[in-house]
Design a protein around this ligand. Structure first.
Ligand code: SF4
Length: 374
């Protein structure tokens, strides 16, 4: 049965596991929450040891043909745009490698003309010598379009459903191919069929009531763990951040609730990776590191060229689908616009130091792959 059928009947029929998860995310007293935290810490230690995988996002392009009300890259936002060429991508990646990163997430808006499968395959191929793990977070594609990207050396794919509520999804995605809810929903299985062996899913908190969203997320995780059993499945928990367009979260989730959710996910899915990005402020990230989170981004930039000022020679704006020159001379000290503002602005070295102080070993490299010699 495809996941869409499970999702559409979730209000009537839930698995035992999802029922247990639902109980764990219900409001709790401080004592109950502390008890959950202890179990969660134990499971994390048992399954992941005292380690934290560190990765960096590398934004390739902020071109996009969709309008998502909450995103700075939406096509109707007259932002400064650019798609880095392969040499510029390599320059950005070398900077990250110099900081110690060996795991990179290539991120781009959805624009097949600028961010085609061949372009992505070329980027992956160029970065392969310097990185042990390359993942992509781009517009969903057909299975066959993923094949050359996997062949070039990418092993991970991240795709957030954003919201599992169809009505909210329709209201948030007002134009472009992203309006196709089911095509996005099935992306994780398509990429698995193409050979990706790390699959990340998530919801974007702030669009809809969080408890309903994460029940659907848990059902999706349960489904993927059975169907995509050769892949490592991870889940991200991004909360909306300020971005061009000025969208404000409609349904907040508090720090306490997010911490409870991390524990509930760890207890329900002991082996699933939990990812926390620099969207969260430093002190809150630090408090979650031993609770259940297993992977963190560090020192992130969300603008293409943000690490080494690449691409500043060919910036433009897109106004009603037309590319127009910026109002300044290209080459002036300008950068493409970022997707959203980050909150934890510490350097990767500073974050690694904090992790060590808390008894965790920062892992810059995917040792599984390094040991298997692939
Ligand atoms: S969320 Fe993705 S698809 Fe939507 S506007 Fe932003 S980059 Fe484009």
């Amino acid at each position: 049965m495809p996941f869409v059928e499970t999702l559409d009947s979730l209000a009537l029929r839930k698995s035992e596991l999802v029922h247990r998860f639902e109980h764990l995310i219900a409001p709790k007293s401080d004592r109950e929450l502390e008890a959950m935290a202890q179990i969660s810490r134990g499971f994390t230690l048992q399954n992941f040891g005292r380690t934290m995988r560190l990765f960096a996002p590398l934004y390739l392009s902020n071109e996009c043909i969709n309008n998502c009300r909450y995103c700075g890259f939406s096509r109707d936002n007259p932002i400064l745009r650019v798609t880095l060429n392969v040499d510029e991508v390599v320059a950005e990646a070398r900077h990250l490698a110099g900081q110690g990163f060996r795991q990179v997430l290539l991120v781009a808006g959805e624009h097949p003309k600028f961010v085609s499968r061949d372009y992505l395959a070329k980027c992956v191929q160029a970065l392969r010598p310097d990185f042990s793990s390359i993942s992509i977070e781009v517009g969903p594609m057909e299975t066959e379009d993923y094949l050359p990207i996997v062949e070039a050396g990418a092993e991970g794919l991240v795709v957030y459903q954003e919201t599992y509520n169809r009505a909210v999804y329709a209201g948030m995605h007002t134009a472009g191919p992203k309006r196709d809810f089911n095509f996005r929903l099935h992306c994780a299985e398509r990429c698995y069929r193409a050979g990706f062996r790390r699959v990340g899913i998530g919801v974007l908190f702030g669009l809809s009531a969080w408890r309903e969203e994460v029940v659907a997320l848990a059902a999706h995780l349960e489904y993927l763990l059975k169907r995509c059993w050769q892949a490592q499945i991870s889940v991200s928990l991004p909360r909306l951040r300020p971005a061009a367009g000025g969208f404000r979260p409609l349904f907040p989730i508090s720090d306490r609730e997010l911490a409870q959710l991390v524990c509930a996910l760890r207890i329900t899915f002991p082996q699933v990776g939990i990812v926390l990005s620099t969207r969260e402020r430093a002190s809150f990230r630090d408090s979650l590191v031993s609770l259940g989170v297993t992977m963190m981004s560090a020192g992130s930039h969300t603008e293409p060229g943000g690490y080494t000022r690449q691409g500043s020679q060919h910036l433009h704006r897109t106004i009603r689908g037309r590319i127009v020159a910026p109002e300044f001379q290209n080459g002036e000290d300008q950068l493409a616009t970022g997707q959203f503002e980050i909150s934890d602005e510490r350097s990767p070295t500073e974050i690694a130091t904090v992790l060590r102080q808390r008894g965790l070993e920062p892992v810059w490299k995917d040792w599984d792959q390094a040991l298997s010699g692939t």
